[in-house]
Design a protein around this ligand. Structure first.
Ligand code: PEP
Ligand code: MG
Length: 580
């Protein structure tokens, strides 16, 4: 048994076989094939390709109607596997006396070179489809079961792109293990939202884990056991039972309000990356959706989503969440959220580049389509619009004016919409904090995106594990920025929410309650726990502590001060969740 350690970013445990995704270095050995066996080797290749084509067709049939982007990925792979040139090129290499696996890899390398030289980012990115396909064929040659089949597996990869994560079907994914990533990387966020245990930043995972190895993964502690012994498996069964017990206890509180002992009410809402997560939001007692990320409709598709598709999707979400509100965040592409369809230029510093609201204001037609769809959906429930990456007042007003223009357009066309739709700004760029007092006069609400606010405030790349230890939500600079934002909002009489990952962490809850946030939005699974904890807190005490924290010099002092006041209570609380 081998033990690996990473960062547990999505709670839960899983025991199951590994499905390893090798990025660009699929491991195969080169074997010489004697001339008399060459035809047989080609037949073996053809058979494996037929099996793969069949598996892709079956997987395609099982994809729900509303997941058109995923269907598109499978469609592309099916096209490639049925294309005669792949088998022809591989057969040619087999005829030179090599095994089928090696031949496929050689063909793949040839294409890698061609793809990497393509000027269009979208087509360069399509190499991933081919790579995934070759992996499937090699799997079939080895007699492995495909991931898309009924078999359930733990996904082991270097990293997963947003498209990969959507592509992997949640019901077949027991857990994620990735070598790269951090608490706020896309894999972590999606895993938490879907309730799939995940360990990221697991160094050496691809070296130590082979396809099919039995793994035991704990998404809370970050432990990974390769080939676990019977004792470890028994222990994992126990961990699993304990986790289930905890979950069921948490469900029981779904309908209680989040209110401190001395009467301070905090609204708890859910973050959604995909509409499929709505049932979780309801089940865990979210009072609506505080952040609906809309990027998924744009990634992994070859064309821009039409207005009708966007409208239908938003309408479904709004109706499913009613009578609670849904805050729809406009497109936040660029940076770590890559969209091949837009053919974005490669940037040296994408986090500081053409992303989010900047991109939308540049590509106005694209933005208008999305705004029209959101406004039209607002006729079916309570909708709020939120702009990401706002850096100042002018930028916010430009976006807001566009909403006004579109309202007039829709009114003329006879489309119903909510004329009072609230329009808010995400506060995730330091310059927006500096301008918060003036911005608060123009916006109907604020929502603090700490994932980015911490990144830009501390100059720490949120996805870079080399500096992940420096990514510190409790840095006094971050706390001061949050406080400045809240004060400005409240002075202007507008509410302020937080929708970054910080809002769903127990340790930070007393701080956020003391910082006077009106609303916290988080992965649905975190809601019950946060709610129970808030019900044990005293707002007065949280305020007093925060006043002290805002005067401290460094994060270590903040952590110490917090541990001193809330440490024992937090420990008691966590224990009570596990054992009562
Ligand atoms: C954030 O930055 O905190 C946020 C909520 O948005 P995202 O993680 O999608 O950038
Ligand atoms: Mg952000």
């Amino acid at each position: 048994m081998k033990t690996l350690r990473g960062l547990g970013v999505s709670a839960g445990v899983a025991v199951g076989p590994a499905h390893v995704i090798f990025p660009g270095h699929i491991k195969v050995t080169r074997t010489r094939i004697p001339p008399e066996e060459i035809e047989e080797e080609i037949r073996r290749l053809r058979q494996a390709m037929e099996t793969t084509a069949r598996n892709i067709r079956r997987a395609q049939e099982r994809i729900p109607e509303n997941m058109g982007e995923v269907r598109a990925i499978f469609e592309a792979q099916r096209f490639l596997v049925e294309d005669p040139s792949l088998v022809a090129e591989a057969s040619e290499i087999i005829r030179q006396g090599f095994n089928a696996e090696w031949a496929l890899l050689k063909v793949l390398r040839r294409y890698q070179k061609i793809f990497s030289e393509l000027p269009d980012a979208y087509f360069r990115e399509r190499f991933r489809d081919l790579e995934g396909l070759v992996e499937m064929i090699i799997g079939a040659l080895r007699g492995e079961k495909p991931l898309g089949g009924p078999e359930r597996a733990i996904i082991v990869a270097r990293d997963l792109s947003p498209a990969d994560t959507i592509n992997l079907r949640p019901e077949n994914t027991l857990a994620f293990v990735t070598e790269a990533g951090s608490r706020t990387s896309h894999t972590a966020i999606v895993a938490r939202s879907l309730g799939i245990p995940a360990v990221v930043a697991a160094k050496g995972a691809l070296e130590e884990i082979s396809p099919g190895d039995l793994l035991a993964v704990d998404g809370t502690t970050g432990e990974i056991f390769v080939d676990p012994d019977p004792e470890t498996i028994r222990e994992f069964e126990q961990r699993e039972r304990r986790f289930r017990k905890l979950q069921s206890r948490l469900h029981q509180v779904a309908d209680l309000p989040a209110v401190t002992r001395d009467g301070r009410r905090v609204v708890l809402r859910a973050n959604l990356d995909l509409p499929e997560e709505i049932p979780y939001a309801r089940e865990y007692g979210a009072e609506g959706v505080g952040l609906f990320r809309t990027e998924y409709l744009y990634v992994a598709r070859e064309d821009l989503p039409p207005e009708e598709l966007l409208f239908e999707t938003y309408r479904q979400v709004v109706e499913a969440v009613a009578p609670h509100p849904v805050t729809i965040r406009t497109l936040d592409l660029g940076g770590d959220k890559f969209a091949s369809v837009l053919n974005l230029p490669r940037e040296i510093n994408p986090a500081l580049g053409l992303r989010a609201i900047r991109l939308c204001l540049r590509e106005e037609a694209l933005f208008r389509t999305q705004l029209r769809a959101i406004l039209r959906a607002s006729a079916y429930g309570k909708v709020k619009i939120m702009f990401p990456m706002i850096s100042g007042v002018t930028e916010f007003l430009r976006a807001r004016n566009l909403v006004e223009e579109i309202k007039q357009e829709l009114a003329q066309e006879g489309h119903p919409f909510d004329p009072e739709i609230p329009v808010g700004a995400m506060i995730e760029v330091p310059s927006a904090v500096a301008m918060a007092d003036l911005l608060a006069k123009e916006a109907d609400f604020f929502s603090i995106g700490t994932n980015d606010l911490i990144q830009y405030t501390l100059a720490i790349d949120r996805g870079n594990q080399e500096v992940s230890e420096l990514y510190e939500p409790l840095h006094p600079a971050v706390l001061r920025f949050i406080w400045t934002t809240v004060e400005a909002a409240h002075r202007a009489g507008i509410p302020v929410a937080m929708c970054g990952e910080m809002a769903g962490e127990l340790l930070y809850i007393p701080v956020l309650v003391g910082l006077d946030l009106d609303e916290l939005s988080m992965p649905p699974q975190s809601i019950p726990e946060v709610k129970l904890f808030i019900r044990e807190l005293s707002y007065r005490q949280c305020r007093q502590v925060v006043e002290k924290l805002l005067r401290l010099t460094c994060q270590d002092e903040v952590r110490e001060a917090l541990a001193e006041v809330f440490g024992p209570q937090l420990q008691r609380f966590s224990k009570s969740l596990w054992f009562e």
